[in-house]
Design a protein around this ligand. Sequence first.
Ligand SMILES: Nc1ncnc2c1ncn2[C@@H]1O[C@H](COP(=O)(O)OS(=O)(=O)O)[C@@H](OP(=O)(O)O)[C@H]1O
Ligand SMILES: Nc1ncnc2c1ncn2[C@@H]1O[C@H](COP(=O)(O)OP(=O)(O)O)[C@@H](O)[C@H]1O
Length: 199
Amino acid sequence: MTHIIPHNFSIKKQERNKLNKHNSFVVWFTGLSGSGKSTLANALEIELYKRSVSTYVLDGDSIRKGLNEDLSFSSECRSENIRRVGEVAGLMVDAGIVVLASFVSPYKNDRKKVESIVGSSNFVEVFVNTDIEECKRRDVKGLYKMVKDGEILNMTGITSPYEAPENPEIEIKTELESIETSVQKILKFISPKLELKHE
Ligand SMILES: Nc1ncnc2c1ncn2[C@@H]1O[C@H](COP(=O)(O)OS(=O)(=O)O)[C@@H](OP(=O)(O)O)[C@H]1O
Ligand SMILES: Nc1ncnc2c1ncn2[C@@H]1O[C@H](COP(=O)(O)OP(=O)(O)O)[C@@H](O)[C@H]1O
């Protein structure tokens, strides 16, 4: 483990960004289950696709079905889940892709860790701020009913903590703004970041 010296490959992020004609970074959506993370990531990806931006969505449910199928919802496993996703996101940014990551990611320290893995300038935190009562009303996947029936323990926002971001780059209040308005707000913030600096 201690004697690992990575090879210095010639083609780096900068070259891949030039090829794609845009910068690459992570847009990290955090919020309660049902807050609107996946919906917004999907709508944002559609807009970026129209603008010929190379994107990929990393989403909690799909990652937990594959790469992280060994992890539960204990605080330790959630942290490990986010650490692994941070590493994958970092590789994808290096590969020239704009990563849209949609994870509950309830712990501040875990999100900070992702920021340090991918680099602060490559990390845009989007707090999808939806009240727990509204998430319960939406109950997109029937999980909140299952919590009520005692079938799910450790539910974020009810029996497991959610640490809200203090200084997110973007905050979305989904009860007050439409999906379209929110996407335009994110696009406005990230558009300058996408542009390559002329040499
Ligand atoms: N106990 C508990 N708490 C929160 N969420 C739960 C739980 N059990 C299952 N689910 C479902 O798993 C999705 C969240 O996975 P994440 O990988 O994003 O969670 S975490 O970041 O590791 O906390 C989450 O997806 P979203 O609804 O898209 O957020 C749920 O569908
Ligand atoms: N302004 C909004 N932004 C995002 N989602 C919204 C909004 N208003 C209502 N919704 C609805 O809330 C639900 C959010 O579900 P989802 O995107 O799966 O949340 P999450 O990924 O955070 O669990 C969807 O049914 C979506 O249509």
